[in-house]
Design a protein around this ligand. Structure first.
Ligand code: EPU
Length: 339
């Protein structure tokens, strides 16, 4: 185990804010993780497991040990007539995994193309985009208990997935390290999911009538690249806020007052509002305070123009929450993990 002191997190988090961790180490195998967790060097100190660093904001230096999962490898573990089970290790980049599936014609994750982060971080917030969520194809999650070092498998149901939510973010937060994820994908897929408005439009523009999963992946890549900033060029962590879910009765009142309000109908008497729309209506889109800003093309994304500190980005997010509350009476929740 190699322990680095006073380690810069700028290049391993997609916000690229200037912060340091007291100590840093990484594991490339399950044995290495066990060695780290049981080592006297870390016992009694706060620690945090980091994946792709794409959904976290450090609001100050981290006083403990950052432990990064870099276990690599993707393999087919089981085949059925129409299904294929693919196991990917947690340290794999999510988009590399999607490209592997698309190039082998395994269907189910193509709508999730170009999401930053690692495979191991995916289940924590049940990543989702363009009408598809990770939970739709996830078969099981392999984890290590941080106290007993036992390997435990969680089935899809045991993960208790919700909108940008799971057991790993809720009741069992910090208890397990995600080692690998197995997906049940469609072999030679016959259908694609283009129900999300902009995908079918993009495919039409591309002149494609009977899209394959590769076409859908390309369309999603095009849409994402046109709307969402590339974290390598402009620090960000994707959607900074969740789309708020409110009761239909409250929604009806808002709709009367704001007839153009953007929303997604849901079941069971609730409506999901487009937080990007709410934020834009408050005049935040494209605004900048120092080096922290609200992205010019997608108000749900906060960006770091260069030297913003985590605290400055956090303070900007507080201002955004306050204005949305004042104008619409709706409370936005941060989607990004604050440390
Ligand atoms: N909108 C605005 N102004 C904005 C942004 C959006 O008016 O600045 C309106 C759009 O016009 C549209 C609606 O809001 O009517 C929804 O916008 P969009 O389709 O861009 O999706 P979103 O709700 O803003 C969600 C996810 C994204 C995901 C997209 C596509 C959340 C928090 N965000 O964004 O996920 O890529 O849908 O499926 O659910 C992420 O989680 O990091 C992420 C990028």
């Amino acid at each position: 185990m190699k322990l680095h002191e006073n380690y810069p997190l700028k290049d391993i988090t997609t916000f690229h804010a200037k912060v340091f961790a007291n100590e840093y180490t990484e594991f490339a195998s399950v044995e290495e993780l066990k060695e780290i967790l049981s080592s006297l060097v870390i016992v009694g100190k706060p620690f945090m497991i980091l994946g792709g660093g794409s959904n976290v904001l450090f609001t100050g230096d981290y006083g403990g040990i950052i432990i990064r999962n870099v276990i690599k490898g993707i393999e087919v573990v089981k085949e059925e007539e129409d299904a294929i089970y693919v196991r990917a290790n947690g340290g794999e980049k999510w988009h590399d995994f999607v490209l592997y599936c698309v190039s082998n014609n395994y269907g189910g994750v193509e709508n999730l193309s170009l999401i930053p982060g690692t495979v191991g971080a995916g289940p924590i917030q049940n990543i989702g985009a363009y009408g598809v969520e990770l939970k739709d194809t996830l078969h099981e999650v392999e984890t290590m208990n941080i106290n007993t070092y036992e390997i435990k498998k969680f089935s899809n149901a045991e993960c208790k997935f919700g909108y940008r939510d799971s057991i790993f973010k809720g009741e069992q937060k910090g208890m397990y390290v995600i080692l690998a994820v197995t997906f049940k994908l469609e072999r030679n897929p016959k259908k694609v999911n283009v129900s999300y408005g902009t995908i079918s439009k993009e495919l039409e523009d591309m002149g494609i009538k009977n899209p394959t999963i590769a076409d859908v992946s390309n369309a999603v890549i095009k849409i994402r690249s046109s709307k969402l900033p590339d974290p390598e060029k402009l620090g960000n962590a994707g959607s900074f806020f969740k789309n708020p879910i409110i009761e239909n009765a409250d929604f009806e009142k808002l709709k009367q007052q704001f007839p153009d309000i953007a929303f997604f109908p849901m079941h069971h008497g609730y409506t999901k509002l487009a937080a990007g729309w709410l934020i834009e209506q408050c005049g935040w889109k494209g605004k900048r305070i120092g080096d922290a800003g609200v992205h010019k093309d997608q108000a749900l994304v906060l960006v770091n123009y260069g030297d913003a500190t985590g605290k400055e980005i956090y303070d900007l997010s507080t201002k955004v929450i306050e204005s949305v509350k004042e104008k619409f009476g709706v409370i936005l929740e941060r989607e990004v993990n604050m440390i």
